[in-house]
Write a protein that binds this ligand. Structure first.
Ligand SMILES: [Zn+2]
Length: 142
């Protein structure tokens, strides 16, 4: 190695690119009790690589609900669609917050399938968000 510049780790770069938030429910690292996880957008079990382009941040809940899914069913018509890709798609194009800030509303087929597959409005998440709203921490500006 000829360079003496410190190399930022891939994990560090992914965290920074994700702005320290879950790519799906936008929970910020500062508000959760565990370290946000580096997730494979396309799971390794389906041939996804360890390359940075396939990595993003996810909270434990979203990561567990996502499991090895890359597609989900759009509840509107039962069609199979690709899940939201937090690295290459924009959250606000597919989702928005409910007026009270506790629920994620889908704007597209990708949004609907992702809300369903990752259970983005599961009881725990909605209850926690209710308290974040009361604390003035939520929803995030963008
Ligand atoms: Zn999440």
């Amino acid at each position: 190695m000829s360079s003496h510049e410190p190399r930022e780790s891939v994990r560090g770069r992914v965290r920074k690119a994700a702005r320290f938030r879950c790519g799906y429910c936008l929970s910020h690292q500062a508000y959760v009790m565990s370290t946000l996880e580096i997730e494979h957008i396309i799971p390794r079990s389906l041939g996804g690589s360890d390359d940075e382009s396939n990595l993003w941040l996810s909270c434990g809940l979203c990561n567990r609900y996502k499991g090895s899914q890359i597609t989900g069913l759009d509840p509107a018509d039962g069609s199979t669609v690709r899940l939201f890709n937090p690295r290459y798609q924009t959250w606000g194009d597919h989702f928005r917050w409910s007026l009270d800030g506790t629920r994620i509303e889908a704007l597209t087929d990708i949004g609907r399938a992702t809300v369903a597959a990752l259970q983005l409005n599961n009881e725990i998440a909605v209850e926690v968000r209710r308290n974040w709203v009361l604390a003035g921490w939520h929803p995030p500006e963008r």
